[in-house]
Design a protein around this ligand. Structure first.
Ligand SMILES: Nc1ncnc2c1ncn2[C@@H]1O[C@H](COP(=O)(O)OP(=O)(O)OP(=O)(O)O)[C@@H](O)[C@H]1O
Length: 248
């Protein structure tokens, strides 16, 4: 994948001002934006998906110009053909699992009927073993099933890229480890490019080929997952040494 993000956006509320200034060029298939809460991860991924319009700059994904302030280009989220998996999965609570998955494939504005399952959706329902819960509502299924439902909905429209916003944050620790491995296997199987945003180093290590650090609205560094892993291990060893020192 080739991604080029060069964007600026100023945001101000009554109490604070935030400057987003992202400069990123990558050829990696799987990218992680890794940084603390409030660093600008969501704003960046929203700009790529078309949900937030930068004040200026450009965004190119695989030779397609998605946004360019100079040329007056700003494709709608639908025109961008990207799948955006939200942190809380964004499932419609009043629609069944089957209806949620079929939602993006419906023709017209009406909700999909409870019986209609298009072929593109069927493929993902089988892949994620969702058949037994097709008639259930989001409130009646587990966290892992919600995530698989949201993924099936995102993938059913045949996107050219997958945008993942803290995809594991809502899961408990055991399920998180399992779903991280499942997601990694899925990335490899599909070969679909992805951008994941996360504050969890484990996500970045397992789900990316290239890690971009983000802080205060800027990209402040780049490393490989192996380098990040090494750094995390070193700092936890150091923490252990410090703890031993203070306990003597
Ligand atoms: N409409 C807005 N007006 C003013 N400030 C905003 C607005 N939207 C976002 N911000 C600020 O921009 C900053 C970056 O927000 P963003 O949601 O991108 O952070 P994040 O890195 O995704 O954080 P988290 O991991 O907590 O989701 C935050 O400090 C936030 O308060």
């Amino acid at each position: 994948m080739a991604v080029s993000i060069h964007i600026q956006r100023s945001l101000s509320s009554a109490t604070r001002q935030f400057e987003l200034n992202i400069q990123l060029d990558s050829q990696a298939q799987r990218i992680a934006l890794f940084g603390p809460s409030g660093s600008g991860k969501t704003l960046t991924i929203q700009a790529v998906s078309g949900l937030m319009t930068p004040d200026q700059g450009s965004i190119v994904v695989n030779d397609t110009l998605l946004f360019c302030s100079q040329k007056g280009v700003n494709l709608s989220p639908q025109q961008r053909h990207l799948a955006y998996l939200l942190q809380d999965y964004g499932l419609f609570p009043h629609l069944t699992v089957a209806q949620n998955i079929s939602f993006g494939l419906r023709k017209g504005w009406l909700n999909p009927s409870k019986k209609w399952v298009p072929a593109q959706a069927k493929k993902w329902i089988d892949a994620f073993e969702l058949t037994p819960i097709l008639g259930n509502y989001p409130g009646e299924i587990s966290g892992g099933q919600k995530q698989r439902t949201a993924l099936a909905r995102a993938l059913a429209v045949n996107p050219s890229m997958l945008l993942l916003d803290e995809p594991l944050a809502a899961l408990d620790i055991n399920l998180r480890v399992k779903m991280r491995q499942e997601l990694s296997a899925l990335q490899k199987r599909l070969g679909i490019p992805s951008i994941i945003i996360t504050h969890d180093p484990e996500d970045a290590i397992v789900l990316a080929d290239e890690v971009y650090r983000i802080a205060d609205g800027r990209i402040v560094g780049r490393c490989t997952p192996a380098e990040l892993n090494h750094e995390i291990q070193r700092s936890s060893e150091q923490l252990l040494v410090d703890l031993q020192k203070t306990s003597h």
